[in-house]
Design a protein around this ligand. Structure first.
Ligand code: EPZ
Length: 420
């Protein structure tokens, strides 16, 4: 099991290139199931979760090719012939986003068997809204032996209003609606940029979608979708993670190939922390001198502060001047990083869905354990700021969502290495 070993205390200097967004790439890969024609994708991040999704799609008969074998971010997917409509537990249990094949399989084939994802470290994460929406579109949905067994002659357009805002729920229903008979409205739809990026690809494939970027999507079903080319939107969470690293460790970093316009809520908070932020169309220059200032924040759906950035900004608050409150409103158990940060000398208490951090002068290195993807990132950020040596264990969590983070940090001057 790989670990990351780092010696903290060095400011970060230089440039970092941001990869394509994991949470856009995952639904976009599944969109290939909607058409017999190939889709060509660029800027796909080379991550564990993407490799898992490609394995799942290949198991279904999707042909995956890399025009340039050296370049794993450019690929062509062809779902001309789908040989299986099943997403089995062995894959689904390693990646909940596998649920995103459900809508496209139902729309294209009229049947799907997808293992229920089960819970995960950050919460129960049920998929009842996905099931409810597909039922509204006329699918017969059965839960049997831990699987969702879905059938539909042809999905029918429906008016759907989800009980809460759900990112993959919106994406599953959006993809299903593109080939349904009639018009579907999705109200209370998620507005995350990754949902809009998926919608842009679907429109290029011939889908008829209006309201992209709003909380009401209207989809007029068509009989078939054709091939398309698309470049995946840059990952706002990876960009935000590096910005938090500069805020915690100090330095002067140019973050390139990113989309500042998808990071407004994060940039507002980081400026409050004292990060000097300058932005261009596809770059952010971040400079930090001295100790950050503590900042209160609460997570909420886009465009508000993203839950996927909560752990990372908490690490900045851990060493900030003053105390702060951090409220997590999306997931019920997304504070697993708190105990690990306290092992590094942080002073953070949890009261329900709020963490109270008393900023400390400095953290001191220790061995800590990653528990989930963004918790791993927060521990790396803390280790970069801590005095002495920090070892972050179980970094397979980190590899799910970050492409060679330690290499990018080394290029920024950090003293960090991967140890087996
Ligand atoms: C997506 O997860 C992201 N994953 C998550 O990113 C992200 O944290 C989350 O959205 C919130 O932004 C991908 O896009 C692959 P939700 P998702 O459905 O779609 C409840 C990361 O770190 N809910 O928006 O699973 C749910 O329990 C990952 O990259 C239901 O109750 O999240 C949660 O409390 C972590 N029933 C809330 O809604 C449902 O049917 C939001 O969940 C669906 C959701």
């Amino acid at each position: 099991m790989d670990k990351l070993k780092m010696i903290g205390g060095k400011p970060l200097q230089g440039e970092v290139l941001i990869a394509g967004a994991k949470n856009a790439a995952l639904p976009i890969l599944c969109a290939c199931l909607l058409s017999k024609d190939p889709i060509e994708l660029r800027n796909v991040p080379d991550l564990q979760d993407v490799r898992t999704m490609l394995k799942l799609l290949k198991n279904m008969g999707v042909q995956v090719s890399f025009p340039d074998p050296e370049n794993r971010t450019h690929l062509i997917l062809s779902a001309a012939s789908i040989t299986s409509f099943e997403a089995t537990y062995d894959i689904v249990k390693t990646m909940r986003a596998s649920i995103l094949v459900l809508g496209p399989l139902l729309a294209r084939l009229g049947k799907a068997t997808v293992s229920l994802p089960g819970g995960c470290a950050i919460g129960a994460r049920p998929v009842d809204q996905h099931i409810k929406g597909l039922k509204a579109m006329g699918a017969a949905m059965k839960i049997k032996g831990g699987n969702i067994e879905a059938k539909a002659e042809r999905l029918q357009g429906a008016s759907i209003l989800t009980d809460m805002i759900t990112v993959t729920g919106t994406e599953n229903l959006l993809m299903a609606a593109t080939l349904a008979k009639g018009t579907t409205t999705l109200e209370n739809a998620a507005r995350e940029p990754e949902v809009s990026d998926l919608a842009e690809l679907l429109v290029k494939m011939g889908a008829k979608i209006t309201g992209i970027g709003s909380d009401k999507l209207v989809i007029e079903g068509v009989d078939a979708l054709h091939g398309a080319e698309h470049s995946v939107i840059p990952d706002r969470i990876e960009a935000g993670t590096f910005l938090c690293a500069v805020a915690a460790a100090g330095g002067d970093v140019l973050v390139k190939h990113c989309r500042p316009d998808t990071l407004d809520a994060v940039l507002v908070k980081l400026r409050e922390v004292g990060l000097d932020v300058e932005t261009g169309p596809d770059w952010i220059r971040a400079k930090m001198q001295g100790r950050p200032k503590a900042v209160n924040f609460r997570t909420s759906e886009y465009p508000a502060f993203p839950t996927d950035m909560q752990a990372q900004l908490m690490s900045v608050n851990a060493i900030a001047q003053g105390s702060s409150t951090i409220t997590e409103t999306i997931f019920e158990n997304r504070f697993m990083h708190v105990q690990e940060l306290n092992r590094l000398g942080a002073d953070i208490a949890i009261e329900g869905n709020t963490a109270i951090a008393q900023g400390v002068e400095a953290l001191s290195g220790a061995t800590v354990m990653a528990t989930d993807l963004r918790a791993s990132a927060s521990l790396v950020i803390a280790g970069l700021a801590a005095q002495g040596e920090t070892i972050v264990d179980r970094i397979y969590h980190l590899d799910r969502g970050y492409d060679r983070m330690e290499q990018k940090l080394t290029q920024l001057g950090a003293n960090i290495e991967r140890v087996k």
